[in-house]
Ligand binder design. Structure first.
Ligand code: NDP
Length: 283
């Protein structure tokens, strides 16, 4: 039976470390670290995510600025808001909650965020630096996965890693991080042939597909480390992209849903905001 990796525990440790750095920041620079979250419209899932981010800010001692905008806001209005935050020297991080309502172009808005305040690590400048192996802000979810692997002292060097999913915010940066950590990386997607055979070669298997229980026990090698990024709502319950029951019998480590990668994403957002604040303040 696999060891269950406790994302709640690891995320709390990370937030506690951020809390100390946030107090030191305030003593040194005379103000709190500030994270601005822009939420446009009434998407219920987005509201829950923003609520969790605000709670995490309170926990670590950041100032959180919630910019709630009407569902019918124009692209011009959202641009104005993001630019105002971009030019405000007391704002350390800007997060635009996705998805944006129809009619507002995601890239137009995200590209207004200066790279030094891009706490999500979504901008080309940060993604490019990640590929080059340079210091940068790393997308929170894959960064959180790396912290979980590190916490369990899982040796990555020379291991076969398979990432299922190639999105810009999870799959691709995840593959880059594993490659930078000396894994041999394969990325699967919807056009991959015989995905079960590819997955069964993995020492490290990361599922970020968005399909409930996509990865089954027969796709997993004995002793593999299985990380479930998926968050799917099925009949009111949260379900991952991994069939936990069949996979935990074969894996050496597994993350649960909920309580695995989810809390890590928010903890890494706090860590990224703190790092952005220090970088700007020390310039
Ligand atoms: P996307 O929908 O952007 O990407 C899904 C990826 O899975 C795509 O690359 C797609 O391939 C691939 N895919 C879809 N169907 C199949 C299939 N049948 N076989 C193989 N690959 C397939 O999702 P995200 O990356 O944003 O999110 C993935 C999951 O992670 C979701 O459940 C999401 O809710 C969750 N998530 C969790 C977070 C957390 O904090 N824990 C944060 C972010 C996301 P193709 O490119 O060919 O279309």
């Amino acid at each position: 039976m696999a060891k269950i990796i406790d994302g709640k525990l690891v995320s709390t440790k990370i937030k506690d470390a951020v809390k100390i750095k946030a107090t030191e920041f305030e003593q040194k620079f005379g103000r709190k670290i500030s994270l601005a979250v822009v939420l446009v419209g009434n998407n219920p899932a987005s509201k829950v995510y923003v609520g969790n981010k605000v709670k995490a800010c309170e926990y670590v001692g950041f100032n959180s600025i919630e910019c709630l905008m009407d569902e019918n806001s124009t692209e011009e209005q959202v641009k104005e808001k993001v630019l105002e935050l971009a030019f405000n020297p007391e704002i350390d991080g800007i997060l635009v909650q996705l998805p944006l309502p129809n009619g507002i172009d995601k890239n137009t808005i995200l590209n207004l965020i200066p790279a030094e305040k891009d706490v999500d690590g979504f901008l080309a400048e940060n993604v490019g630096s990640l590929l080059l192996g340079e210091e940068c802000t790393i997308s929170c979810t894959p960064y959180g996965v790396m912290k979980l692997l590190e916490h369990e002292s899982i040796d990555l060097c020379g291991k076969n890693a398979v990432v299922v999913g190639r999105s810009n915010i999870v799959g691709k940066p995840m593959a880059a991080l594993l490659l930078n950590a000396n894994c041999t990386v394969t990325v699967c997607h919807s056009k991959t042939k015989d995905i079960g055979a590819v997955c069964s070669q993995a020492d490290i298997l990361v599922a970020a597909v968005g399909i409930p229980k996509f990865v089954k026990g027969d796709m997993v090698k004995d002793g593999a480390v299985v990380i479930d990024v998926g968050i799917n709502r099925v009949e009111g319950k949260l379900v991952g992209d991994v069939d936990f029951e069949s996979v935990e019998k074969k894996a050496s480590f597994i993350t649960p849903v909920p309580g695995g990668v989810g809390p890590m994403t928010i903890a890494m957002l706090m860590e990224n905001t703190c790092a952005c604040a220090y970088r700007r303040a020390q310039k």
